[in-house]
Design a protein around this ligand. Structure first.
Ligand code: NI
Ligand code: MN
Length: 225
């Protein structure tokens, strides 16, 4: 069973029998980070978009681990220019990596690197490891195609932003949960900054009332799925 470790904000480490990955490792400068960048040992870094609170320490982690960054094409090119090994993909495409299968999904958001370089369209990820599927939506507003993603995939765990302002807020993330029908939903992208300081327990209560299972994973907390 893959093991998920929540590093805070949108960052997760996922370990399966075929390898270790980190998603959106914004650790340096993240007030809620549950690990330092130099503690991360992975073979792949998955990046949803170029914003600083997602690209974070990606290039440094990739270089230190000789790991490959998996990202949408334009963002992968940017990371390659910064000196990282990359595997470019794009929305709708899937690829079998040694650690598991990754499929890129749409996300309604922006994507530019901290230096202002435009890095194409943002994405979400469907990640299947050891026969279990994780959906990381990336930063996004609610979209109806989540219903299709839920219909076409058995999602064991979904991690969804709830912080509002830049992404879905609680109400929309509850609707997203209804569309996706995941075995478990974990709220992310809250508390890091003042403008996204919402109460994750309110989300859990409302998801529970809607008939689904949600869990607040503390920063540094782990979950096997
Ligand atoms: Ni963003
Ligand atoms: Mn963000």
């Amino acid at each position: 069973m893959p093991k998920l470790t929540y590093l805070g904000h949108s960052a997760f480490q996922v370990q399966g029998s075929g390898g270790r990955i980190v998603i959106d490792p914004f650790l340096t400068g993240n007030p809620i980070a549950a690990a330092a960048a130099n503690e991360i040992e992975v073979d792949h870094v998955l990046l949803t978009h170029g914003h600083g609170d997602h690209i974070g320490d990606s290039v440094a982690i990739a270089q230190a681990n000789d790991a490959t960054i998996v990202a949408p094409f334009e963002l992968a090119n940017y990371c390659e220019q910064q000196g990282a090994k990359v595997h470019p993909m794009h929305i709708g495409g899937a690829f079998e990596f040694p650690f598991g299968r990754v499929k890129l999904t749409i996300a309604h958001h922006g994507s530019a690197a901290p230096d202002g370089t435009y890095t194409g369209n943002p994405c979400g990820f469907l990640i299947t490891m050891d026969g279990r599927t994780l959906y990381h939506s990336g930063d996004t507003g609610l979209f109806l195609d989540m219903k299709l993603i839920g219909e076409m995939n058995t999602i064991d765990v979904a991690v969804l932003p709830i912080g509002d302002n830049f992404t879905m807020g609680i109400e929309d993330a509850v609707k997203a949960t209804e569309f996706l029908q995941p075995g478990l939903v974990i709220p992310i992208h809250y508390k890091t900054f003042d403008v996204i300081d919402v109460d994750p327990q309110e989300f859990v209560d409302r998801v529970t009332a809607a008939g689904f299972t949600a869990k607040v994973l503390e920063f540094g907390g782990t979950y096997e799925f």
